[in-house]
Design a binder for this molecule. Structure first.
Ligand SMILES: C[S@@+](CC[C@H](N)C(=O)[O-])C[C@H]1O[C@@H](n2cnc3c(N)ncnc32)[C@H](O)[C@@H]1O
Length: 445
């Protein structure tokens, strides 16, 4: 293959577009299958993920460079146009190489007429740089600052608006939050409590201890974490530091009375259940883990092998578990996942604003169920991997109104973590904390 990196990027873009593939799963597997390694693998990753992330801006620019609408362009040619324009606008690949390599790929697959079209469009894209194109295709900052930033740091406008609302309209922070979704995130590991310390894990994998989680390690760029010996030996697992912090917040909140029964009401695939299980071991507690999807419940069982965790395949809203029985309950609710966009390159363009309302209903019902299952004086952590206010403070306000549960200040449960927001819940952010944008509120009844 003449250009294995670009060919792999292009093939994965096609799979994302046509088959709803996840780029961060499809690309590593394709690279392995084709034996693409080293610099070619790094280039394929940068081009594929970068093109996915920037799609909104690329499409707006491409729309100005052709005399037909994008919806009339053949899917495979659109993939190539996006790949070429990404290189032109957002990489240091010299323009002649960005255009030439893309045209070569198209000519080989589709012949001269198609490659001529791609060549002509990309030459027009190359006439201006990214900044200049943003001024052309984005609304003016003064008229519509959120719309402008959403185009400059490519995100759908409704997501940028949700971030802006969560940041109390602070536009400088909004720009940083949107930009953070463009950065390639480090892989975070969790050193299983009682099995290996974060310092030992960091030494074993050549990483660095995380700034906030006592069990966290940040890996240096590159490599498959699944190949690391401590991960293969189940001493450590891949887990964002923010996910560790919210589980630790639940486990670390001081309680009066018994502290023996913990519950994870939305447990699949089991990352937080495994951390809770390991912490429960050290204090003689047990964990019930509920997951609605059978296959995800099996993943929880695998993640929690050897830990005092019992997995139940059930709907958390009506699990059949005893009311008022649990000392600590985690509701890590199904959500839009807008807090982890940096880890899933194409997801921002796939999510739709109209999905939020249904999730909010489910989130409310799960939280109400959790408040039934917790004992008086016990604690419920309501967690989302999304900063969307409807999914966070909106759900809380409605549930507190209906149940008269009390919210307690979550801040002290995140010791040493700066910039947690105005409380009582805590909102983490990639641009502030280097974590996914996890939200955590603590409730008691
Ligand atoms: C955000 S994920 C949980 C992640 C998990 N706590 C972890 O750390 O690995 C939400 C999970 O809730 C599950 N789920 C969705 N609806 C549910 C319901 N009604 N009852 C229980 N689980 C549900 C989903 O299948 C998904 O696995």
């Amino acid at each position: 293959m003449e250009d294995p990196a670009r060919q792999a990027a292009l093939d994965v873009l096609a799979a994302v577009r046509a088959r709803d593939a996840y780029a961060n799963l499809a690309l590593p597997s394709l690279l392995r299958q084709r034996g693409v390694t080293g610099r070619d693998a790094a280039l394929a990753t940068e081009l594929c993920y970068g093109t996915c992330r920037a799609q909104g801006l690329l499409d707006a620019v491409l729309g100005r460079c052709m005399d037909r609408s994008l919806s009339e362009v053949d899917g495979e040619l659109l993939d190539a146009l996006r790949l070429g324009s990404y290189q032109l606008l957002r990489t240091r690949v010299p323009p002649h190489a960005a255009v030439g390599t893309t045209v070569d790929l198209v000519r080989a697959a589709r012949g001269n007429a198609a490659s001529g079209f791609v060549n002509a469009v990309l030459r027009r894209v190359a006439e201006q740089d990214e900044q200049a194109w943003v001024q052309v295709v984005a609304p003016a900052f003064d008229d519509d600052p959120v719309g402008h930033l959403a185009m400059a740091h490519p995100h759908p406008r409704w997501i940028a608006q949700a971030f802006a609302d969560a940041l109390d309209g602070d536009l400088e922070e909004l720009a940083k939050a949107l930009a953070a979704d463009d950065a390639r995130p480090l892989v975070h590991l969790m050193a299983r409590p009682g099995q290996i310390s974060a310092a030992e894990l960091a030494t074993a994998v050549g990483g660095t201890p995380a700034p906030y989680s006592p069990y966290g390690v940040h890996l240096a760029e590159g490599g498959d974490p699944g190949d690391l010996a401590p991960v293969r030996q189940h001493l450590a697992q891949v887990q964002d530091e923010g996910s560790q912090l919210v589980a630790l917040a639940l486990a670390g909140t001081p309680l009066d009375g018994p502290d023996a029964r913990w519950l994870d009401l939305c447990a699949g695939p089991g990352g937080k259940a495994a951390l809770l299980g390991a912490l429960a071991t050290s204090c003689g507690a047990t964990v019930d883990a509920v997951e609605k999807a059978e296959h995800r419940a099996r993943l929880v069982e695998q993640a929690c092998t050897g830990l005092p965790v019992t997995v139940h395949v059930a709907d958390g809203r009506n699990s059949g578990l005893p009311d008022r029985a649990y000392d600590r309950v985690l509701v890590d609710a199904p959500c839009t996942g807008l807090g982890a966009l940096r880890r899933r390159p194409e997801v921002r363009w796939r999510r739709q604003a109209n999905e939020v309302a249904g999730l909010v209903r489910l989130q409310r019902e799960l939280l109400v169920a959790a408040l039934r299952l917790v004992r008086p004086g016990g604690v419920v952590a309501y967690v989302t991997c999304s900063p969307h206010p409807d999914e966070t403070v909106g759900v809380l306000a409605e549930v507190i109104r209906r149940t008269r549960a009390e919210q307690i200040d979550a801040g002290p449960a995140f010791p040493g973590v700066p910039g947690r927001g105005g409380g009582p819940p805590v909102q983490l952010w990639p641009h502030r904390h280097g974590t996914d944008a996890m939200f955590c509120a603590l409730l008691q009844r």
